[in-house]
Design a protein. Sequence first.
Length: 411
Amino acid sequence: MNDLINREVRVSLKSILIIIFITLGLNIIFLNIKFNEIKVSYIRSNEALIGKVYRINPYDIEKFIPIITKGNSKEDEEVGRSILKEYGYHEDLEVEFVPEIYRALKGVTVSIILSLVFAGILISISIYLNFKSIYNNIRTLTKDMKYVLDGELKDNSSNMEGDFGKLEFAFNDVKKRLRTNIDKLSKEKVFLVELLSDISHQLKTPLSSLMVFNDILSERELSKHQRIEFLDNSRIQINRMEWLIKNLLKLAKLDAGAIIFNKNNYSLNKTIENSIEILSQKAFEHEVKIVFEAKEEVFMVHDKEWFEEALINIVKNGIEHNNASGYVRISLENNSLYNKIIIEDNGVGIDKEDISKIFIRFYKSKRNKSKESVGIGLALSKSIVEAHGGIIEVESEIGKFTKFIITFLKY
């Protein structure tokens, strides 16, 4: 019964059944015609018999009429059979010697042969047309496959039915997946080119500085104090390059989905406290106070180390772009709908035109005066937060505050 979902099977069965019924109908009509001819021949034979008897003996004709109209008895049949047998007229007589029956037999035979030939021709045409439809569908799918092999992923939907429809649907699904993979590969290729360009661009300055320092140290006579100063500058550039390469690789792995997060149901409070502890020395140097506020301990499934990295970059941004005696306030909210982390500072703020761009890698706002900043920390934080299923938003007002809001919805 599963095969009946195919249009070709349904059409073939319907065509064959129609042809069979037409053939049976034609044969019944031919048989009725021939049996009617046999009836007419039988009646005429009796008429001829009565006519001959009448010419021989017209006075005894009434004795013979009831024999024909009312039928014969078995005794009459036996007597007549024995008499006719002496003249070679019996049941084993060849049908050719009974003209009326022979003509009827030939007519029936011819009609059956013609009807069978007619049925065979119709069935052959029906099968041919159905096979043609099947092979047309196969050719359509084959042509579509060639387009795919040639790189042309067109959406060619012919609305086929049954198993061909399922095959076409599966094939179109494969094309969509191929298109998705090709688009993904193209994006990855673009991403790789951009990444290499970014690395090249960001490493160009420290490398140039190192080359200059190296030339000066190797070609000029310098005092011990000058040498130490150039070596310190070289160390700073090397540390900057190391930090830059590490963070670029982290960001590249995140964007490429190559990071496997070790997520556990861990205290967000402790993750935040660890981040604050790591930045305590930097906050002390910039005379910025970090305040953490939480009404309760909140647990959430996250990768502690990676999420600390995201928080450190955001808090570090608040420290570096703040004034002496400023603050960075971190608050943690928890309810039935979401977990929310708010990181707010009272620093220089961000221009409205820059808010939508601060998460773009290597972007630096006009107010960013930090020589160490390369504009990669916030991009890395955003990637980490989104990889944890979170949303990060920014609110800011020049000279008053900057607020980062990280929200994790509870599904």
